[in-house]
Design a protein around this ligand. Structure first.
Ligand code: GDP
Length: 295
């Protein structure tokens, strides 16, 4: 994960670690390299620039030049700044409803259906919940089947109405079904498209309005870099979602999406997907991610 970014940051900070005496020039050079590493990781220019400006101010404020271990201090400042940029503290999901309704949104192929299964499995096995999965894709029968396969795999019931072409109806019926059958979490998997289109946005906005979920999660493929950030922005403008799920972090992604999505949409990343298996789900901890990035 992020191996290229990690290597470049390691090299950038190495400059400082290697010097006995550190000058303002060394700090400036290091930060220039840090900025370049961020840009190469597909972090947008303004965020990368603000990042290094902020680290520089803090470094000067903490007298980095006269500190005992200037290299260590710089690494810490970069780590803290990365953690902050990715959201600071981890943020859990709201399970206060009865049932708690979770609406999944995102483009086709982002990993929505897979993640719906992973989340159901996580809530069942780690939180002792009784989840119901709901297939709300009214366009692709294959998507409904896929959710049934996932449900069978993890032993979670899947609600679907293959003949019904009204997504709002299906979602509402599913919630009624959950209430009368003792399910305490309802995870609604919706239809995605290959690109943002008005019909998809209207449909999910209607479902959102009708079922008023406790959590609306936006699922996005981390491999898509700045496109991921732009798509997040479009969905957030429409749905004002509660959190982001970043999938496919097991591939060698460049890191830009993970690092910048929080600051662009001001919504936390809540979970990450790290593989195709149902167990490949992790809570997103910004500081642990910063540790991994810095190696
Ligand atoms: P949807 O169209 O948004 O529902 O996406 P799917 O859940 O069908 O996922 C699309 C493809 O991505 C499938 O082949 C999944 O197995 C794969 N996928 C989903 N999440 C991950 C992940 O975290 N890592 C990897 N490597 N593949 C994933």
């Amino acid at each position: 994960m992020f191996s290229n970014l990690s290597d470049k940051l390691e090299k950038a900070l190495h400059i400082l670690k290697g010097h006995g005496k550190i000058t303002e020039v060394n700090v400036a050079d290091t930060l220039k390299e840090v900025r370049r590493a961020l840009l190469d990781a597909d972090v947008n220019f303004k965020i990368a620039k603000d990042f290094t400006t902020s680290v520089k101010e803090k470094a000067m404020g903490q007298n980095v030049l006269t500190s005992l271990q200037p290299g260590q201090l710089m690494v810490k400042l970069v780590k803290d700044e990365l953690t902050e940029l990715m959201g600071g503290e981890e943020v859990g999901i709201n399970l206060s409803g009865n049932p708690s309704v979770i609406l999944m949104s995102g483009l086709q192929g982002s990993g929505k259906t897979t993640f719906s299964g992973k989340l159901a499995n996580f809530l069942k096995t780690k939180k002792g919940k009784k989840p119901l999965l709901v297939a709300c894709d009214i366009y692709r029968p294959a998507a409904i089947n896929q959710l049934h396969v996932v449900g069978d795999q993890i032993g979670v019931e899947v609600y679907s109405e293959p003949e019904n072409k009204n997504a709002v109806d299906i979602a509402q019926n599913a919630i009624k079904y959950a209430k009368s059958n003792g399910f305490n979490v309802v995870i609604v998997d919706t239809a995605g498209r290959l690109a943002i289109d008005e019909q998809m946005m209207n449909e999910i906005a209607n479902v959102h309005k009708a079922i008023q979920p406790q959590e609306t999660l936006f699922v996005v493929d981390a491999m898509t870099g700045q496109d991921a950030v732009n798509t997040a922005k479009a969905f957030n403008d429409r749905l004002n979602f509660d959190g982001v799920i970043l999938t496919k972090l097991d591939g060698d992604t460049r890191g830009g999406a993970a690092i910048t999505i929080k600051s662009v949409v001001n919504k936390p990343i809540k979970f990450i997907g790290t593989g195709e298996k149902m167990e490949a789900i992790d809570v997103f901890y910004p500081s642990r991610m910063a540790d991994r990035i810095l190696g």
